[in-house]
Ligand binder design. Structure first.
Ligand SMILES: [Zn+2]
Ligand SMILES: [Zn+2]
Length: 168
């Protein structure tokens, strides 16, 4: 998906995104959808908006696959690659603005969409905030079943207390 910079009107371009993409690391289970507005502030091009997509993730606690909705707010400023050579000319605060580069008259949007989806995928995905995970000892999925080794672990201090009370 390419944008020709010369074809962006002065008042900006509103773009509706509905793209079926493939990511290397995670599986997209829906098209990437959203709304982007593209403005030319020559020589820079600013892209702002939000995209959403459903991805298949593996829960970091119970290791089951689940579908998560990813919302990716986008604000990226594209600079012409020629600017890289002119050192000292760039005064971009990297943490405040995301920066991209374009060369010639073309701006490649597909990479941006992929990048922004990946950026917003949790490093520690959870199928649910309350996911109990699997028992590190016996491997039981604690969302489905209970296991005795887990109970021993959590109640050990309580057991000691009970034992003390019993002796009193
Ligand atoms: Zn889980
Ligand atoms: Zn267990």
């Amino acid at each position: 998906m390419k944008i020709l910079i010369s074809e962006i009107p002065d008042e900006g371009l509103e773009l509706t995104i509905d793209e079926t993409l493939e990511l290397d690391v995670i599986k997209l289970v829906s098209p990437v959808k959203g709304q982007l507005s593209i403005r030319k502030i020559m020589p820079e091009v600013v892209i702002q908006g939000e995209i959403t997509a459903s991805v298949e993730l593996e829960c970091s606690r119970c290791l089951k696959n689940y579908t998560a909705e990813i919302n990716a707010p986008i604000i990226v400023t594209y600079h012409p690659t020629g600017e890289l050579k002119a050192e000292g000319k760039r005064e971009i605060k990297e943490d405040e603005l995301e920066t991209g580069f374009y060369s010639g008259n073309e701006l490649e949007l597909t990479e941006l969409l992929k990048e922004q989806i990946l950026l917003n995928v949790s490093m520690k995905p959870l199928c649910s905030e309350t996911c109990k995970g699997i028992c590190p000892k016996c491997g039981t999925d604690l969302n489905v079943n209970k296991c005795s080794c887990n109970l021993d672990k959590t109640d050990s201090r309580l057991e000691v207390l009970k034992e003390l009370l019993r002796r009193e």
